[in-house]
Every structure is written in C-alpha cells, then in structure tokens.
Design a protein around this ligand. Structure first.
Ligand code: RM4
Ligand code: MN
Ligand code: MN
Length: 395
C-alpha cells in the first residue's frame, strides 16, 4: 500500500470522479409477480420521484441525474418534456437516460422489435424513435434499451428471423440519434422469456450495437448474468473493444433480484471497478454508471442512499489498488503477492477518508444518518401515505 498522503490524494481524486445515476422506478412501489407491498413513502408521481432524487443528491452530492422510464414517467411522450424540465429546476436534478418501454403493452405479448407481425414491429420502432425524440428534448445523452422479447418454447419462433428484425430496428433507431446521443443495448439471459431471449448475452448485445452504428454501445446490468459468470471479464472485453456504454448496478443472489449494490457480493463490484479504473480517466466519460434496483422491502430512500454510499466505498477501494505494483507482480507471476495486494485494497477501511471528502464538499459525513435526522421520510410518508393507488411499474 502507498504512503498515507498519496492514498489521501488518490482517494479524493477517485471520489471527485464518481457519479451515479439513480432510477425513477427505485422510488416507486414495485413488487414481484406474487404481489406488491405498498410503502407510505413511495413516490407515485413524477414530481415525487424528482423530489426524492433531489433529496438523495442533496445528501450525497453525486447523483445529479434521474433515469426515466417512458411509459411510467412520460406517458404523453415528448409533450411531457416541458413539465419534466420544470421539475428538474425545482428539485436540482436533471433527466438522465431515457428507457423505452416495450414490455407492458398488450400488443407486445409475442414480442416488440422482434414480433412476427410487421405492423407491431413498426409500432415498437416508432416507440424507440419517440424515445430518441424525448431524450433530445430533455437534453439526455443515452437511450437505454432493454428488450423483453423472446419465446417460451422451442420451435415456436424463428430465432434467425428475429435477429434480422432486431438489426433492422436498431439501425433505424440509430439513424435518428443526434450526434451527441447514444443507444445503449442491454442484455439479459431470461425473464420474462424462459426459452430464448432475443438479446441474451453481451456478445449478442455487442453485435447488435456494432450493427446499429457508431453511437451504440453495450449496457451491462450486473443482475443479468448466470450465477457463476465472470462479469469483470465481460467488462474487460467490452472496454478492450470500446463497446462498453454503461452499467445498471444492483446485486443478486439467484436471478435478476435487483437487490442493493454490494449487499451480496461487494468483491465483485470492486473487481468490476478495478477493470474500469485500469482503463483510465478518459474512458470514464463514456461509461454511464446507473443504478437499476427495486426496493420491495427496504425503505426506498434509505436503500438509495445506502446504495450510493456503497458505490462510493467500493469505487474508492478499487482506486487504492497500486496498479503499477500489481502489473509488475503479474508480469513476474508472483501470484500470492499480486492477490494479496489486490485483496488488501478491498479490505482497506475507506470510510474515514470518505467522511473527510464529504466534509470538504460541505456534505453530511453520514448521509444515512442525515436522512434520518432530516425527517424527510416521515414527512413524505405522512403526505403520500393516503394514496396507496396501484401503480404500473413492476420493476
Ligand atoms: C429489466 C431491466 C431493465 C429495467 C426493467 C424494468 O429487468 O433490468 O433495465 O428497466 O427491468
Ligand atoms: Mn437493467
Ligand atoms: Mn433487470
């Protein structure tokens, strides 16, 4: 490990470079396919989601943008943009990635961009193009596509035809992007489809992104892998091929559990962060860090603040790896020494320096405690608790 003063400087630099986008759906009532447990503090309007996001940003200082889901947050499309703009300035956070919704409409039962019906595919492409327009109106760089399409039974759909339809749809969407916009292609091995998913892994996503055009990249959702997959290796490949567009961070134990970041396997996030930090500062500009979580049991505000703080801790730990020293140990095949150096950074208690950094920025030292002291959750629970109306998000 380096000297204390070097560590301190490194830590501050690392923390200055870390920002993470929070999702609007992380504040709303969500559930599982078995049901939902409503929370009094849950946000049910976009105004409430912006208010919560503004509060998280005020407490942590590192969440300036809010990811929006078109159907849940902008049901009237681009004509909602002016209202969203007003919320941005009122609550001090701006719109982040725009997430099209191709999974809730009844007509998408057998697929959206990959539906065998040309007419339905056309409607799905129109929704993608609307999403590009919404993003442009809101000044958002990224359109973040998660495609639910797939099939449940062997032999019931042509996998090859669907690849071609998807290529065509993404080429058409890409053609609508402004020069500063990007199309991020997310992958997921299963769910809602159980036999084949049209974008099932990072190879398929990377192929589609290349095919779509130069402004398309891959989005890695940490929960969208089989249990033993080596995600940092996928990240290293995407970095090497300049195809990494961003992340949906969360944690999982079994499937796409959407648990809070680092709650099950913090070492994995550390390993991913290490690969990113190896690739240098410039690359960082092009990698969108986003949270994609659904807090069914934990308080939503608490879970979000906890997640952001955990992200900072793990980012900081990864920054403490002495990368020159590690490279030389790797080259000499000094395995145990290399591993101990790597693990040493992971076990380093970064919380004191993180507190110091927060103080230096005029932020509360302990954002979770500050949230509790602020009385914000009690206030919104009292204000919102009465309206436990069902909401449409199942994230
Ligand atoms: C998917 C995927 C998407 C998210 C939806 C709601 O599993 O992770 O990114 O927007 O859920
Ligand atoms: Mn996701
Ligand atoms: Mn997911």
């Amino acid at each position: 490990m380096q000297s204390e003063s070097v560590l301190h400087e490194l830590a501050f630099k690392a923390l200055d470079s870390f920002q993470i986008e929070i999702p609007s759906w992380g504040f709303a009532n969500t559930g599982t396919r078995f049901g939902k447990f409503f929370q009094a503090a849950a946000a049910s309007t976009l105004e409430e989601k912006f208010s919560d996001a503004g509060q998280v940003h005020k407490l942590t200082g590192v969440t300036p943008t809010l990811a929006l889901h078109v159907l849940w947050d902008l049901p009237h499309g681009a004509s909602d943009a002016a209202a969203v703009r007003a919320l941005e300035s009122r609550f001090g956070v701006t719109s982040g990635s725009i997430n099209p919704n191709l999974f809730q409409d009844q007509e998408f039962k057998f697929g959206s961009l990959c539906n065998p019906s040309a007419e339905i595919r056309e409607r799905a492409v129109a929704h993608m193009i609307d999403s590009v327009v919404i993003a442009r109106e809101l000044g958002s760089r990224d359109i973040s596509l998660w495609l639910p399409d797939g099939s449940n039974y062997p032999g019931t759909q042509s996998i090859r035809k669907r690849i071609a339809w998807l290529e065509e749809a993404l080429i058409r969407t890409h053609a609508e992007l402004a020069p500063n916009q990007r199309l991020l292609v997310e992958y997921k091995p299963f769910e809602p489809a159980f036999y084949h998913t049209d974008i099932g892994d990072w190879g398929m996503a990377a192929h589609l992104a290349v095919k779509a055009g130069p402004q398309a990249r891959v989005l890695v959702d940490t929960g969208h892998h089989y249990a033993t997959q080596n995600i940092e290796q996928i990240v290293a490949w995407l970095l090497h091929t300049n195809m990494l567009g961003g992340f949906h961070f969360n944690d999982r134990r079994y499937a796409d559990d959407d648990l809070t970041l680092g709650s099950i396997d913090p070492y994995q996030i550390f390993r991913i962060f290490h690969e990113i930090q190896l690739s240098g500062r410039e690359a960082l500009q092009d990698i969108a860090f986003m949270i994609d979580q659904s807090h069914n049991l934990k308080g939503k505000m608490e879970a979000m603040v906890q997640t952001v703080a955990t992200g900072q801790e793990l980012w900081l730990k990864a920054a403490l790896v002495d990368r020159d020293q590690l490279a030389s140990l790797q080259d000499k095949c000094e395995l145990v020494a290399a591993e101990e150096l790597f693990r040493g950074a992971f076990w380093h208690d970064v919380r004191p320096v993180l507190k110091e950094w927060r103080r230096s920025k005029g932020l509360p030292e302990d954002p979770l405690a500050a949230l509790a002291e602020s009385g914000y959750v009690q206030r919104i629970s009292a204000e919102r608790g009465g309206k436990l109306a069902p909401v449409s998000s199942y994230a």
